[in-house]
Design a protein around this ligand. Structure first.
Ligand code: ARG
Length: 578
């Protein structure tokens, strides 16, 4: 919808401004709907198209330019009014055309509404590798892993929606000295049955227990032996380790499924112990590897801007480190997938690590290092369950589900629904995701179950509630085929506000695709829900003339569709009852 309007405004402007329409399209933006309602549908900021964009270009000059331009433009079949604001040109779309075009486009494009916009037409299709979640076997699945999981899933969804080819990788912490300790622990306290039926819990417990004696000389020696045998691929040792890994992955898959998340590849640090030896060799050949007096291997990054440090890539006994394995993994992924962009999603405490990683790759001569990206996020404090500390992802999912069930049971608005447990889970997850995605990813926040689960206000519960209500409206009155409906009668301010807001969806997707921040979509969907809720009140379907009733149904159907599209991008499954 937005695109054809934008295009036709651009083509008129391009004659007057003597600029190609393609250059103008991104400068023409749909005006956000505010409380005061808005002056027009589209806006062009004069500063964005003038040659002289320096700050000393006075506001007055811009206003004058806007006025002069307005005089040279004419209304046409699409644009019914042209006005000027501070430094802007404002365009109002023909009212009948607005309703018709927007609704037609939404209902026709369905799940592709917004992404087919011309804003994306110049974006080339890419191969994207995105690595996220990446928990450590036998350790806590902490809130950072949860954030990585939902953020990574969002980015992957968005990239897929925009037509890119996406590979989702889970890079497990499945190697290192701690597996020596875990192996010894398992020999001492382990239980094969428990390992099979509840691997994450059991391995965690074993690991906690053996850690209590980790300082004993005897345990130390045994752990070292176990890990050495692993590195030497001793068959028995390796097969036990493989069970740790395989059973854990099985359980991860099951739990991720509850979140609606899947991976194309379960990789892990263990894959790269040998390849990291090759990396060390390459570093040496290129003269990048230096040895310290203690015998550790380092790469000097002091010449690199902003870093002025060195990075340790080899222990004194010649074994690899976290970063060495990451170097090997990056190179391997390039060989395997020849990706255009690779994205890592972790909390910001690993920012230095990834800076070093990318810099070393660059020094090694890989120009694709520039196409690696670290998406980092802030810390979350205070997530606790009723039972105490969160240890597993499943604890969080169970907690949010049971809290939501309780809220639903005590709420007056809850209808009798078919599957309350499943609904509670989906609504609860929406609450978690929206709470997490509302702000900038880089900011830290204090976690609160109560705030997240409020039914009013800007929460995931509210989005789900709105979706369910719009859905039941459709159920009650049936879906409308737009071809027979005259939507031109949608002229009430509350209807126009919804239409104007729908017009803006592609721009919001565009912003999120640029900075990979979900918050643009979140606040868009919250506004959409508020506008739809108001319209639902003031524009009744029942009791209206058939024409009006049908047109309004179309409007609500379009609103629900875009709401559902946006929610799915964020990783939320919209519910149809609650
Ligand atoms: N397993 C790591 C952790 O829990 C995260 C891995 C991040 N990815 C990477 N390629 N280093 O901290």
């Amino acid at each position: 919808a937005a695109c054809s309007f934008r295009r036709s405004i651009a083509s008129q402007l391009s004659k007057v401004l003597d600029l190609p329409p393609e250059k103008l399209i991104k400068s023409i933006s749909a005006v956000p709907v505010s409380k005061k309602r808005r002056v027009a549908d589209f806006q062009l900021s004069i500063a964005s198209v003038t040659e002289d964009s320096s700050s000393d270009c006075l506001a007055q000059d811009l206003n004058l330019q806007a006025q002069k331009l307005a005089e040279r433009l004419k209304c046409d079949a699409v644009v019914s009014e042209i006005s000027t604001g501070p430094g802007t040109l404002n365009f109002t779309i023909n009212r009948e055309l607005l309703a018709k075009t927007v609704l037609q486009q939404v209902l026709k494009d369905g799940s592709e509404y917004g992404v087919r916009s011309e804003l994306f037409s110049t974006v080339p299709r890419q191969k994207v590798v995105i690595e996220f979640s990446s928990p450590n076997i036998a350790k806590k699945f902490h809130i950072g892993h949860l954030r990585s999981t939902i953020v990574g899933n969002f980015i992957a969804n968005l990239k897929v929606a925009l037509g890119h080819e996406v590979t989702r990788i889970n890079y497990l912490g499945d190697w290192g000295m701690q597996f020596g300790l875990l192996g010894v622990g398992f020999q001492r306290f382990g239980n094969k049955e428990k390992l099979k039926f509840s691997p994450l819990q059991h391995l965690f417990e074993v690991y906690v227990q053996i850690n209590k004696t980790a300082e004993d000389e005897n345990t130390k020696k045994l752990a070292k032996d176990f890990f050495r045998k692993l590195e030497e691929h001793d068959e028995q040792t390796l097969s036990l380790w493989k069970q740790f890994r395989d059973f854990s992955i099985e359980e991860y898959i099951r739990v991720y499924k509850r979140l609606g998340v899947h991976f194309d590849e379960y990789s892990g640090e263990s894959f790269y112990q040998e390849k990291s030896q090759e990396v060390l060799k390459m570093l040496e050949d290129k003269g990048l590897l230096q040895k310290t007096i203690k015998g550790t291997g380092i790469v000097d990054l002091s010449e690199e801007k902003d870093l002025s440090t060195f990075s340790t890539v080899m222990r004194s006994d010649g074994t690899s480190l976290y970063i060495t394995r990451d170097l090997a993994a990056a190179i391997d992924r390039m060989n395997k997938h020849s990706w255009d962009t690779m994205i890592y999603v972790t909390d910001k405490s690993q920012s230095n690590h990834f800076q070093h990683l990318f810099q070393i790759l660059k020094l090694m001569g890989y120009d694709w290092a520039e196409r690696c990206q670290h998406v980092s996020f802030g810390l979350v404090q205070g997530m606790k369950t009723r039972r105490g500390e969160v240890i597993f992802l499943e604890d969080v999912l169970n907690e949010v589900r049971s809290r939501m069930l309780q809220n639903m049971a005590s709420s007056k608005t809850t209808k009798k629904i078919d599957d309350p447990v499943e609904t509670a889970e989906k609504v609860g997850l929406a609450a978690l995701i929206i709470q997490d995605f509302r702000g900038l990813l880089s900011s830290d926040y204090q976690f609160s179950w109560d705030r997240a689960l409020q039914s009013r206000g800007d929460t995931g519960v509210f989005l789900q509630y709105t979706h369910a209500r719009l859905h039941s409206l459709e159920q009650m009155h049936g879906n409308e085929q737009l071809t027979d409906v005259n939507v031109a009668c949608l002229q009430e301010p509350d209807a126009i506000a919804v239409l104007q807001h729908l017009l803006r969806y592609d721009e919001v997707l565009y912003r999120s695709s640029q900075d990979l921040q979900p918050k643009h979509i979140v606040s868009y969907l919250l506004t959409l829900s508020h506008l739809a809720a108001v319209a639902h009140k003031t524009l009744p379907v029942k009791g209206s003339t058939p024409d009006l009733a049908q047109a309004r149904l179309c409007l609500f159907q379009a609103a629900r569709l875009v709401l559902a599209n946006g929610m799915k991008l964020l990783g939320i499954t919209p519910v149809t009852q609650m």
